[in-house]
Design a protein around this ligand. Sequence first.
Ligand code: AKG
Length: 365
Amino acid sequence: MSVDELLYRSRFGGLWTDRRDAHDLLEARGAANAYNDADVELLAHYIDHGYVILKKVADRAVIDEYLAHFEAAWDDPPERLWLQWNQQGLPMDRRFYDEMAKVGSLHLSFDRAGELLFPRRVLRFLTQIYERPPVAFQTLTMRKGSEETLHIDTAPLTLTEPMSLVGSWMALEDVQPGSGEFQYIPGSHGVLEQLHHGTYKGHNGDHRAAHEVITAKRRLCDERGLDVQTFMAKKGDVLIWHGDLLHGGAPIEDSTTTRKSLIAHLMPLGVMPTFFDFSHAGVIAYAGGGYTIDTHWADMLLGPDPTNEWLASSDGRVTKLWRDWVPLSLRRRVSPSFAARVRQNIFIRSRLTRRRTLFHDYKGS
Ligand SMILES: O=C(O)CCC(=O)C(=O)O
């Protein structure tokens, strides 16, 4: 057994909250007044159960503004806005208004995105587990429940530090019973780690291997008596979950209901997603704290337009850190199946943007 395996539950290391001695660290830090009592309680809960619920943390006025922006986007979408529907990436279109569609990174065109994604208590908690500033690398905004089967995010959303992945789910309205509530299995992050083909943290597009990992994880949860819980959230409540926590959306029993929600997928500053070629993306700092990846990387290639809404909504600092930071060797080390998936994604994306020529440099690497 390697030193890392002794120190961490995962063979891929993790945050300090993933260490086997996390409770000792927490106790020592609490005693040194690094955290207040409420912090200690939340952090201990996160270590043991792999999630925390922060009630009424988001400003309702900001949520209402975001919902108005979301509503308007169906008829007049911001440039390049896309959605996921039925496993496909498609341009935003009102045809999907009443469907189970996930709208990607709408926050980039929203003036108050920093306030929405990083309410004070959310920012505090993320900064405590990361010990670095948090970065939202992707958001998904939904009108309806996803009916997504229980899964773990570390499988599709690979990062240079795979175990630093965290999700946040915000209720944009009070959740109604039967609306396809967000579900999760407390403690499922802590069962014996299951890897794809016994080796990979990410599934790299191999859905059969992903299914095997989920099935094995669920069996381990059953053996431990870990049960599915439902998040009956009120507007403005946020649930933050560990990348290895099983979660998903319950079946929709009442199709007349909406379940407006916002997911952010997060990592610490300095980490890099590897499930997609983000090497041209910049990072935007929000005035109140926290960052986002600017996924309008095509704009970065062409030169950012300072009048862009997304740029105006930040404090104006757009850094090329991302591009400079990524070692060029990284892209040469990806497995063939991962590279194939990247190319497939690039093709889908390029059909959306009709700018295929922008990607020739990746293919050449
Ligand atoms: O909001 C939900 O229903 C869960 C969605 C989810 O986990 C996902 O999009 O990966």
